[in-house]
Write a protein that binds this ligand. Structure first.
Ligand code: CP
Length: 314
């Protein structure tokens, strides 16, 4: 039976398909001023149970620039989770639109929605993962430093859904990912993140973790819903000039945004030439286009995987 092309977890896709999506994201960025109308007549429903700037705007603009339409709903506006079951919602939306993008805290209902939808369901971020963000981050790193394969990425501060997804991506794309957090946040050695020690490791000392890194990464120490959290233990993990000096001279700084100014990163580094944070934000748009093109193949979007050849047809 044909599988619906849901984009829920990076590890659900074979590495060659992920790499093809990334290649298509590069290609679509090159065509940003003459976007191919490959989503003509297609619609995407988007549902949010949390705030969003980048995810919401980039998906909406991605669909529209390529000829499609969007319908955006907050959880307060849709029957889902209230008077209508996930099964019914999946079945109904499948009769109206061509894809569903959902941001919701709990990954379980998202997987349940995918089970009951005959159209692709895209993970727009859960508390467990943020695959669309990582595709955009990898696109940015490749633009600045070349192929992601073999690069050394180092993450500092709190571990969260974004660091989890970098760790998930590391063996799939062949890069090294080092997690450097306060010791009480170190995931246990048998955690699935560490299933392949060639790609993912934990180093408590942030300067040691930064040594020879190509990319320094952080994220807010206070994720949505954690307001009032004590951040004292995170200060040694701030990405600042002292830490950056341990990395390669060519190292870049990435952050998925929004950031807490100037906690997890110093102003000096965030505003330095090494900082690619706004390129990374822009690249959410180009990455979303490529993810959507992969998901919408059953709706007639033609993706010649890995050959940078996109079209629409039978
Ligand atoms: N990085 C990210 O997902 O941003 P938003 O929360 O604004 O969508």
């Amino acid at each position: 039976m044909k599988q619906t092309k849901h984009f829920l977890n990076l590890s659900d896709l074979p590495p060659d398909e992920l790499k093809a999506i990334l290649a298509n994201a590069h290609a679509l960025k090159k065509q940003k001023f003459n976007p191919p109308q490959i989503f003509d007549g297609l619609s995407l429903a988007m549902v949010f149970d949390k705030r969003s700037t980048r995810t919401r705007v980039s998906f909406e603009v991605a669909m529209k620039q390529l000829g499609g339409h969007t319908i955006v709903m907050s959880m307060d506006e849709i029957q889902l989770g209230g008077s209508e079951s996930i099964e019914s919602t999946g079945n109904v939306l499948s009769r109206y639109v061509d894809g569903i993008m959902v941001r919701m805290s709990d990954p379980a209902p998202l997987a349940e929605l995918a089970k009951h939808s005959t159209i692709p369901v895209i993970n727009g971020m859960t508390d467990a993962s943020h695959p669309c963000q990582i595709m955009a981050s990898l696109l940015t790193i490749e633009e600045k430093l070349g192929s992601i394969e073999g690069k050394k990425l180092a993450w500092f501060g709190d571990s969260n859904n974004v660091s989890n997804t970098y760790a998930e991506a590391a063996p799939l794309f062949g890069f090294e990912f080092t997690l450097s957090t306060p010791p009480d946040l170190k995931p246990p050695p048998d955690h699935p993140l560490f299933k392949d020690s060639r790609y993912v490791k934990y180093i408590k000392d942030p300067k040691e973790a930064a040594k020879d890194a190509d990319v320094l990464i952080t994220d807010t120490w206070v994720s949505m819903g954690q307001e009032g959290k004590d951040i004292e233990k995170f200060w040694p993990y701030q990405v600042n000039a002292e830490l950056t000096a341990c990395a390669k001279d060519t190292a870049i700084f990435t952050h998925c945004l929004p950031m807490h100014e100037w906690e997890e990163v110093s102003e000096e580094i965030a505003r330095s030439p090494a900082s690619v944070i706004y390129d990374e934000a822009e690249n959410r748009l180009h990455a979303q286009k490529a993810i959507l093109a992969w998901c919408l193949q059953d709706a007639g979007v033609h993706v010649q995987q890995g050959q940078l050849d996109l079209g629409r047809g039978a």
